[in-house]
Design a protein around this ligand. Structure first.
Ligand SMILES: Cc1cc2nc3c(=O)[nH]c(=O)nc-3n(C[C@H](O)[C@H](O)[C@H](O)COP(=O)(O)OP(=O)(O)OC[C@H]3O[C@@H](n4cnc5c(N)ncnc54)[C@H](O)[C@@H]3O)c2cc1C
Length: 390
């Protein structure tokens, strides 16, 4: 199936692309989502279709075979898919973070070598930053890379890595100088393909975000050539790993918008067909008030996200805008999915209805790409700085 012809994309407008995504969701995704989600099975056929559509190269430059989409279009795609099944966006979103790190910070040679395979989806992977003892405090990671002649030898463990089992290549954050002060100066980012010394420790079981594999990755005397160091200069890893966070946060915000809108749609439909006391529950004021709040929340989340994406596309610094969008949209996802579940009454608690999936998927958006606790601190820091410069 090839619903978006990459060669024709430049002529196709955003509406055409989004229409194709909508049709694909209805025709291919909707019929299989419940079965995959409940069995927690990796959706091979959906991944193949996303690959045919070019989604693994969505934000990669056209010169490397990607679609080169602006952040606004990318966010719209993620919103639509997440309104039905947020987990599958993680399969290409995490992968695009790896591609972004290479495209933004890699040498010319590294871009030529890795980006075409990543854009086509022949190579799939993700971003491996988190360790058992270090998530928010990334500078506290313990994984080390030791230089030995023309190679680096890497030891340590990563955890919670999306696409860890099905992916074949990861951007791997390590310490090349564990004694460095400040700590970030001793950090480097490597392109790490699966090979001898790199094994999957275990698959992690989760509340939601099913069907995408989250895994522990173990590195034991894993040896790679020095040309796998992104940018080929040590000590840049912390900036390289966090340099994609603006787009990463826009992506998580878009997931939140999708869940908030999806939950609203399900609640709106249900509230008009479920009757109590002789009328649809939508006509009871308590339910109408909920729908009014949910609709406002979803719209505000959408506007904040598109505002951040538009600033990103204009090349402006938008860490505060992306942080606000991520924070607000993920909380909107959590609140709207909870309210929608309540509007569904007992059926909201049933595995036969879709809302239970959105309810289980929503909390991840509050954790990924910087927890919402940290997000508020980042927003405040920027806000104060900009206010003082105004
Ligand atoms: C399903 C899933 C997929 C993931 N995928 C990936 C992936 O692909 N790659 C990857 O590298 N990681 C991934 N992660 C990990 C994720 O990025 C981390 O869980 C996240 O960064 C938080 O780190 P932590 O879990 O170690 O929490 P901690 O850092 O231990 O934080 C615990 C709590 O303390 C709060 N906290 C911490 N420090 C502060 C502070 N200074 N001020 C205020 N509050 C603070 C946090 O907000 C949180 O509420 C994934 C996680 C999940 C659940």
């Amino acid at each position: 199936m090839n619903i978006v012809n990459k060669r024709d994309f430049e002529q196709a407008d955003q509406a055409h692309l989004l229409d194709a995504i909508d049709r694909w969701l209805e025709r291919e995704v909707k019929p299989v989502v419940k079965e995959h989600d409940h069995a927690d099975t990796w959706p091979a056929e959906i991944v193949a279709q996303m690959r045919d559509m070019g989604l693994f190269g969505a934000t990669v430059g056209v010169e490397y075979g990607g679609l080169g989409l602006p952040a606004t279009t990318y966010a719209e795609i993620v919103m639509r898919i997440s309104a039905m099944w947020m987990a599958i966006t993680g399969i290409f979103n995490s992968h695009l973070m790896l591609a972004l790190a290479i495209e933004k910070f890699g040498t010319g040679q590294q871009k030529k070598r890795w980006l075409p395979g990543l854009a086509s989806g022949d190579i799939r992977g993700g971003l491996a930053l988190t360790e058992p003892d270090a998530g928010t405090d990334l500078q506290g990671i313990r994984m080390t890379a030791r230089r030995e002649g023309g190679d680096y030898v890497i030891n340590g463990t990563k955890t919670w890595i999306s696409n860890g089992i099905e992916g074949s290549c990861f951007a791997l954050l390590v310490k090349t100088d564990p004694e460095a002060k400040p700590r970030h100066k001793g950090m480097s980012l490597f392109i790490a393909p699966k090979q001898k010394g790199f094994t999957v420790g275990r698959k992690l079981e989760k509340l939601g975000y099913k069907s995408i594999d989250s895994a522990e990755l173990v590195f034991e005397d894993y040896r790679i050539p020095a040309d796998h160091l992104i940018g080929e200069v040590e000590g840049q890893g912390f900036y390289q790993a966090t340099g994609g966070l603006e787009l990463g946060r826009i992506n998580v915000a878009a997931r939140g918008v999708g869940i908030a809108e999806g939950a609203l749609k399900l609640a709106t439909e249900y509230a008009q067909v479920r009757h109590t006391f002789g009328k649809p529950i939508a006509e009871h004021q308590a339910i109408a008030l909920k729908l009014g709040e949910m609709a406002t929340r979803a719209r505000a989340a959408r506007l904040l996200t598109l505002d951040a994406a538009a600033a990103f596309d204009r090349g402006e610094r938008c860490d505060m805008e992306a942080g606000m969008a991520k924070f607000f949209a993920s909380e909107a996802a959590l609140e709207n999915s909870t309210e929608s579940l309540r509007i569904h009454g007992a059926y909201g608690y049933s595995k036969e209805y879709d809302i239970e999936r959105l309810y289980r998927d929503a909390p991840l958006t509050c954790i990924g790409e910087g927890t919402n606790e940290m997000q508020r601190l980042i927003i405040a820091k920027q806000w104060i700085k900009r206010s003082n410069n105004a």
